[in-house]
Design a binder for this molecule. Structure first.
Ligand SMILES: [Zn+2]
Length: 477
């Protein structure tokens, strides 16, 4: 890093996987529903309707806050946040502003602690669809209240993030945790995980710091990194030219790969907060909090530690295996049956992940039994390692058992000394010049002979036996 250093903080909205919305009984999963089909007087803010906070929202909130090492407040309270903005059909949003659910947490990213300032619960505000390309020129707008009242947890970090890459890794790690503890699907493309970032830049020579710019609309991990990289460069450019950096909100534009100004930054005092009159303060008992905490289960970092300890894997290997919970569970299931963690990890990290990359997890028909059979075939010397890779691939795609594939294709490794001896003799007789050159000292030709035998046997010869026979004939040993 050169003279300029970015200072980045994140504001992340996590959609909690509750059954119902935050304050009513409408379904919370509205992703594929027709507009305005999952609404009621409560979530649309009709006069006289009474919101009742969902207990499940608090359970998931406490889980999340615990996983992020936060202090959980037994007393929390909802406020109404009133503002005028074209994404707010209901006119106000119920959110915890003065008394959030949790505070003072942290998440380790690459051995560094990123502090979490607060986690508060709130409802999604819904959305308006504007006809045409822009809000200002739209002839009409369509209202969809389905998302009104969907429970969210907003996570606010301290500005501890020191590079766009670190911001991306933070988000990836957060998503892994969300999925592990079952708090959210974490699907960015479905809007279940959304991220705004604020970035300012420090000139390390003069100590001067730019204004803060907020970047919105980053709907993938890659875009978080790209948008922040772009914004860092833009701010540095302005600073070098001595031009002012506006305090504003900018959006990431996917087609131009740039950020564009959306509006000047509103201040907190642009909002009007007052206590939500229909929801009394929420008091969580110690007992409730502790019970929820007991149900969290193993977190990704703990699992990595355990994999290193129990299976003697490197931290890097463990990290890759743990990242996706379903894969990590499957890995453990296989290890239980093969009793060979190191070898199982090797197959996962190379062949299995390669197949996932090429075909996607859904298409693969790998079971624990696939590995068990494959390992047996290798150990017995029935198939070579190279054959095993091919058989694994075929078995994964077709669902056929490795044993069956070996039988059907006649892939058994040729280990019969007498049979191989005949083939070796044939190969040596067919290549008299090479044999002579070898005997005169051209040692490199040894692998040529091995290769010829392999060709003759279509790769089925046991390489160890072939080497022994060749040694006998060529070196007399
Ligand atoms: Zn409702």
């Amino acid at each position: 890093m050169g003279r300029y250093k970015p200072i980045i903080g994140l504001e992340i909205h996590v959609q909690l996987s509750t059954r119902t919305k935050a304050f009513c009984n409408c379904p919370a999963d509205v992703f594929e529903l027709e507009p305005n089909t999952a609404i009621c007087p409560v979530c649309t803010g009709q006069p006289g309707a009474l919101p009742v906070p969902s207990l499940e929202m608090f359970e998931l909130g406490v889980k999340l806050a615990t996983a992020l090492n936060c202090k959980i407040n037994e007393y929390s309270r909802f406020d109404r946040k009133n503002y005028f903005y074209p994404d707010l059909p209901k006119g106000y949003q119920i959110t915890q502003f003065f008394y959030p659910l949790a505070e003072y947490g942290w998440l380790m990213v690459n051995g560094k602690k990123i502090r979490i300032r607060r986690i508060h619960l709130e409802e999604d505000a819904g959305k308006l669809l504007h006809a045409g390309d822009s809000i200002t020129e739209a002839e009409y707008s369509l209202v969809d209240m389905n998302r009104c009242g969907i429970p969210l947890a907003e996570i606010v970090t301290e500005p501890d993030i020191e590079s766009p890459e670190e911001a991306r890794i933070f988000m990836e790690k957060l998503r892994t945790i969300l999925r592990y503890i079952g708090v959210s699907s974490g699907d960015m493309e479905k809007g279940a995980l959304r991220c705004d970032a604020n970035i300012s830049v420090v000139d390390t020579e003069t100590g001067r710091q730019s204004n803060k710019v907020e970047v919105k609309n980053m709907n993938s991990f890659k875009f978080v990194e790209k948008a922040l990289e772009y914004e860092f460069e833009r701010i540095v450019n302005l600073m070098e030219k001595g031009e002012p950096v506006e305090r504003e909100t900018r959006g990431w534009n996917l087609s131009t790969k740039t950020t564009v100004s959306m509006r000047s930054k509103e201040e907190a005092h642009d909002y009007r907060y007052f206590p939500e009159p229909d929801i009394p303060p929420v008091i969580l008992s110690r007992e409730f909090i502790e019970n929820v905490q007991k149900s969290i289960g193993e977190l990704p970092d703990q699992r990595v530690e355990r994999f290193v300890r129990e299976y003697a894997l490197s931290e890097k290997e463990a990290n890759i295996l743990v990242e996706d919970k379903a894969i990590a569970d499957f890995f453990e299931d296989v290890v239980k049956r093969t009793n060979d963690p190191k070898e199982t990890a090797n197959w996962f990290l190379t062949e299995y992940f390669r197949l996932i990359g090429e075909h996607g997890t859904e298409k693969l028909k790998v079971t624990a039994e696939t590995f068990v059979e494959l390992f047996e075939l290798i150990k017995k010397g029935t198939i070579s390692r190279n054959m095993a890779k091919e058989i694994f691939q075929e078995s994964s795609l077709s669902g056929k058992s490795p044993k069956l594939i070996v039988e059907e294709k006649g892939l058994k490794q040729i280990d019969d000394v007498g049979e191989l001896e005949k083939i070796v003799v044939r190969v040596l007789e067919a290549n008299p010049q090479q044999v002579e050159a070898f005997k005169k000292g051209k040692e490199g030709l040894f692998s040529f002979f091995v290769g010829q035998v392999m060709k003759e046997t279509k790769g089925k010869a046991n390489p160890k036996t072939v080497t022994e026979i060749l040694n006998k004939h060529l070196r007399g040993s």
